[in-house]
Design a protein around this ligand. Structure first.
Ligand code: NAD
Ligand code: IPM
Ligand code: MN
Length: 360
């Protein structure tokens, strides 16, 4: 039976990195007879340029009917000054997440041993790193209402957003995190700001309540400021981290650097039934777009997660991850993970190397 994969290249380096991931997917599709059928649609700035909106109805419909979605990245300076805040590339991405209820965002920060020297941290701090950040993705301050910019007395403008979670939203992301911890090192750290924010007082309470269903998982709590510090001080103390939308956004970029580069961090965004969108954690990198410098590995590794979580092809996912490791063994590096004695390659040459490793 065939399975449909929707590809959303997006903006900036998005099309460059997605091209490499698609080559990898097309190859394994043939090799492992996966029956994947690919289609493509516009999202983000590319969709604004073509259709005037960041998430055209046809793209949303295609996302809803696909078995899985692979996204590059959206955004860029070209669209940052559009006066209507609804017409922003990022709204396209947020619209897919929210319409498809992709609330469970898995961001695994794994250090490939070959990259210990690419991290800005000392190799002994990051060697053997394998943590999973579980980020709530369809609620919290990103989506809370009311929101906006208004004028108050005296003509003073104020911007406001609302940080809100109901207990069901907390419970469902909590379950994702406890289940993930159960499959791994059985330790879960819930990150909040329960010393200041009521919404996270409730968050903490629900995590404690869930812990009763998971006696095999050790639950701890940490304030987000301390968590940011601990992530760079001693990251290996963590196994699974669960947190809300905005804290998870920030902590996952910090965690990315532990793996050598943000260009190494993949992600899965899943709904209640395991349908998902897969994308690198990084953005559209306007500073290097169009120059063949972007690291495509986060996107290739996201494609592997897609095969594992949504397309029932775990063995193929394992093969892709092993191929990435072999490529790193061959000392091939894009600029972001370059270190002395290594061979620097372009985006497409990195893609070539992964394709070659899969064919060997
Ligand atoms: P960014 O992640 O795009 O870039 C941050 C830095 O990391 C840049 O120096 C960039 O060159 C580098 N970088 C990122 N990905 C890389 C890769 N694969 N290989 C090598 N280097 C890489 O973050 P930003 O500059 O804050 O944002 C740029 C745009 O991307 C903004 O419009 C933002 O809204 C958008 N964005 C989109 C997503 C997404 O689509 N999921 C995520 C984050 C940011
Ligand atoms: C990410 C990005 C997005 C987010 C933006 C582009 C909306 O930073 O996927 O991490 O904040 O979730
Ligand atoms: Mn982010």
């Amino acid at each position: 039976m065939s399975k449909s994969v929707l590809i959303l290249p997006g903006d900036g380096i998005g099309p460059e990195i997605v091209t490499e991931a698609k080559r990898v997917l097309e190859l394994v599709n043939q090799q492992d007879k996966l029956g994947l059928v690919f289609s493509e649609a516009l999202v983000g700035g590319a969709a604004i340029d073509a259709d005037g909106v960041p998430l055209p109805p046809a793209t949303l419909a295609a996302a809803q009917s696909a078995d899985a979605i692979l996204l590059g990245a959206v955004g860029g300076p070209k669209w940052d000054t559009i006066p209507d805040f609804q017409i922003r590339p990022e709204k396209g991405l947020l619209g897919i997440r929210s319409n498809l209820q992709l609330f469970g965002n898995l961001r695994p920060a794994i250090l490939y041993p070959q990259l210990a020297h690419a991290s800005s941290l000392k190799p002994e701090i990051v060697a053997g790193l394998d943590i999973l950040i579980v980020r709530e993705l369809t609620g919290g301050i990103y989506f809370g209402k009311p929101r906006g910019i208004r004028e108050k007395e005296g003509g003073i403008r104020e911007g406001y957003n609302t940080y809100v979670y109901d207990e069901n939203e907390i419970r469902r992301i909590g379950r994702v995190a406890f289940e993930a911890a159960r499959q791994r090192g059985k330790r879960l750290c819930s990150v909040d700001k329960a010393n200041v924010l009521e919404v996270t007082v409730l968050w903490r309470e629900i995590m404690e309540e869930l812990a009763k269903d998971y006696p095999d998982v050790e639950l701890s709590h940490m304030y987000v400021d301390n968590a940011a510090m601990q992530l760079v001080r001693a990251p290996k103390q963590f196994d699974v981290v669960v947190t809300g939308n905005m804290f998870g956004d920030i902590l996952s970029d910090a965690a990315a650097m532990l793996t050598g580069s943000i260009g190494m961090l993949p992600s899965a965004s899943l709904d209640e039934n395991g349908k998902g969108m897969y994308e690198p954690c990084h953005g559209s990198a306007p500073d290097i777009a169009g120059q063949g410098k972007a690291n495509p590995l986060a996107t290739i590794l996201s494609a592997a997660m897609m095969l594992r979580y949504s397309l029932n092809a775990g063995a193929t996912a394992d093969r892709i991850e092993a191929a990435v490791s072999r490529v790193l063994d061959q000392n091939v590096r894009t600029a972001d993970i370059m270190s002395e004695g290594m061979q620097q390659v372009s985006t497409s040459e990195m893609g070539d190397a992964v394709v070659a490793a899969l064919s060997a």
